[in-house]
Design a binder for this molecule. Structure first.
Ligand code: UTP
Length: 289
């Protein structure tokens, strides 16, 4: 069965990028001229996704406005013959069928995903973490869908991270299958030093089957007192295994100040409008560093 549904959790408090996120979700932080979450929706659409549920929290109305029509703005652009920008603004509203649900309390990523139950029904679905932008030719969501079609198991997008980083992320117990794919038999969220299985961590994407919901119902708060999606996926992995895809693509953590700046600078260098000028500027600036 083709996977047509995606869930984007975007209800986190974004405390690592305060005060920018005091009144605005981190998912709306721009990368040059597009908010992070638009890159994520575009990745899902490029992977064949048609229906998207965005899980929002307080202050998230601007996400809804961004993916909606904007009659006054459109009228202004039309009047001033800014046809290219007008087309782009209308296209954003037509990217996919997007619906929204509120996570009324920020009790963790696992708790957020449990809100998607009635949207996904009996279908498998992709989860794209709202603050993880991954750029590349081959959408990571599509890489996971292919792995699901091949191995028939829920999947996670993984990458090796540094020993310093693994304690802040999740750590996977892996058996190599072939090429860039692994069988995942266990995992742990934010392992204490020495507790990690490997340096492979989930970075921003997974493909889940509806059995995750009954597991989430029974998952107690874990690291940070939050209901962790990783803890629920660990049960799934121990039960029947998951497939890990060491994906291709460059990932930017829009929930961290460094990630935001890396995304900005690398995207600006290749941007059709400002790329040449920005490269010149950065070369000059680097001489003064
Ligand atoms: P993070 O743990 O990075 O988000 O969750 P956070 O809680 O905003 O992080 P801090 O405060 O900077 O440490 C990963 C993704 O899950 C969403 C976030 O919006 C982000 O896209 N999330 C997290 C929720 O939707 N609900 C939650 O309760 C927690």
């Amino acid at each position: 069965m083709k996977i047509k549904k995606a869930v984007i959790p975007a209800a986190g408090l974004g405390t690592r990028v305060l005060p920018a996120t005091k009144a605005m979700p981190k998912e709306m932080l721009p990368i040059v001229d597009k908010p992070a979450i638009q890159y994520i929706v575009e990745e899902a659409v490029a992977a064949g996704i048609e229906d998207i549920l965005i899980i929002t929290g307080r202050n998230k109305e601007i996400i809804e406005d961004h993916f909606d029509r904007a009659p006054e703005l459109e009228a202004n652009l039309a009047k001033n013959h800014k046809d290219k920008m007008l087309g782009q603004c209308i296209d954003i509203a037509n990217l996919a069928n997007i619906s929204y649900i509120r996570q009324r309390e920020t009790k963790g990523l696992g708790h957020a995903i449990s809100k998607a139950r009635s949207f996904t029904g009996d279908d498998p679905f992709i989860v794209l973490y709202g603050d993880d932008v991954i750029m590349g030719q081959d959408p990571v969501a599509a890489q996971l869908i292919r792995a699901y079609e091949k191995y028939g198991k829920p999947c996670v997008g993984i990458k090796e991270v540094s020993p310093e980083a693994i304690v802040k992320y999740s750590s996977m117990k892996v058996e190599h299958l072939e090429n860039n794919t692994y069988n995942i038999t266990d995992m742990i969220e934010k392992p204490a030093r020495g507790q990690e299985f490997s340096l492979f961590s989930i970075l921003g994407r997974c493909l889940l089957t509806p059995d995750i919901y009954t597991i989430l119902d029974r998952t107690e708060p874990g690291a940070g007192g939050e209901i962790q999606l990783t803890d629920a996926m660990a049960t799934l992995a121990r039960r029947s295994g998951m497939t890990g895809v060491d994906f291709t693509g460059k990932r930017y953590d829009m929930g961290s100040k460094m990630g935001v700046m890396q995304a900005q600078i690398e995207t600006a260098l290749n941007h059709p409008d400002i790329g040449v000028e920005f490269r010149r500027y950065l070369k000059e600036l680097s001489k003064t560093l």
